[in-house]
Design a protein around this ligand. Structure first.
Ligand code: SAM
Length: 294
């Protein structure tokens, strides 16, 4: 089932959280000269027009990135928010925010020439758009294949540095156990991988349970000596909306990282409350920030 199209959601509150964190991770990785491989298991179409019929259908960017920009006019953003907004500006050199970059375009702006980028996408239209956007980048490979199988194909990487971004559409319940299995496989193959998993805050027990299951899996792998040392993790969740009367809707979303940059916890300590205020669609926005440093 491939009904999900990210074009309807680009620039929403979930993209804001996920992409801000992605920018932090890649800027941190860039502090060392040795190349790293970035694997994006669910890449989407690459870039999105915020003026398209799809984007305007529910106006999700209006409640997402546009609120962030409006909040910025009144409240100075924390450093990490500034870094993310600078990238959006660079993506729209003519000014304004007509185009929104998906994770592959954010990667393209931040990766160095020698950092391989492995993109996985199954939707036939989106994979074509993705390939078009990346055509001029020497070390990008676009795979029309199951992203959950990507760790097996690329880990360990030749340079012994890797980032794995896993952002499924969670259209079916089956995606939750697949995320867990792919995280385990990634760490068994290459325990140093920096992993970023995004998940939705929806009324589904699998979604509520995912962070706890990830923590237990990582702690068990650490004890079993994945690479001979315990693994650090970070969990951040931002809740900005109340579920609708039927209990549906995306109340918020979360990111779970393994081997996060040590700087990320501090960055999110200031960014999450700022984002909660910027993106609130309820009187009681909230956030969770939890981590285990090693
Ligand atoms: N990561 C993108 C970003 O931040 O711009 C958005 C990705 S979107 C949430 C999820 C994408 O995964 C959709 O484009 C969908 O077609 C694709 N997809 C669904 N199942 C997949 C699978 N098993 N392997 C690869 N891609 C898949």
């Amino acid at each position: 089932m491939l009904a999900y199209r990210h074009a309807f959601h680009a620039g929403n509150h979930a993209d804001v959280l996920k992409h801000l964190v992605l920018v932090q991770v890649l800027q941190y990785m860039n502090q060392k000269p040795r190349p790293y491989t970035l694997i994006d298991t669910h890449a989407g179409a690459g870039a999105y027009s915020l003026g398209s019929a799809e984007a305007r259908k529910k106006g999700e960017a209006e409640l997402g990135i546009h609120r962030v920009l409006a909040h910025k006019a009144r409240h100075k953003p924390p450093e990490a928010v500034e870094r993310y907004l600078e990238l959006l500006q660079a993506f729209n050199p003519g000014g304004g925010l007509g185009r929104y970059p998906g994770s592959p375009e954010i990667a393209r702006m931040l990766l160095r020439e020698d950092d391989p980028l492995m993109l996985y996408e199954l939707h036939p239209t989106d994979v074509e758009s993705l390939a078009r956007h990346q055509i001029d980048r020497r070390l990008t490979r676009v795979h029309r294949a199951d992203g959950f199988a990507a760790p097996r194909a690329h880990l360990p990487p030749p340079s012994r540095r890797a980032v794995l971004v896993m952002d499924p559409s969670y259209e079916t319940r089956g995606d939750y156990p697949k995320v867990l299995a792919a995280v385990r496989e990634t760490l068994q193959r290459f325990p140093e991988t920096v992993i970023l998993v995004w998940y939705p805050q929806v009324q589904r027990v699998e979604a509520a349970e995912l962070p706890r299951r990830l923590k237990s899996a990582i702690e068990a792998l650490g004890k079993a000596g994945a690479g001979g040392k315990p693994l650090g993790w970070l969990h951040a969740r931002l809740t900005v909306q109340a579920p609708d009367a039927q209990g549906f809707g995306l109340a918020g979303s979360g990111v779970f990282l393994v081997n996060p940059p040590w700087t990320l916890h501090e960055a999110l300590k200031t960014s999450l409350p700022w984002l909660a205020a910027a993106l609130a669609q309820t009187d009681t926005p909230s956030y969770v920030l939890d981590h285990r440093a090693v």
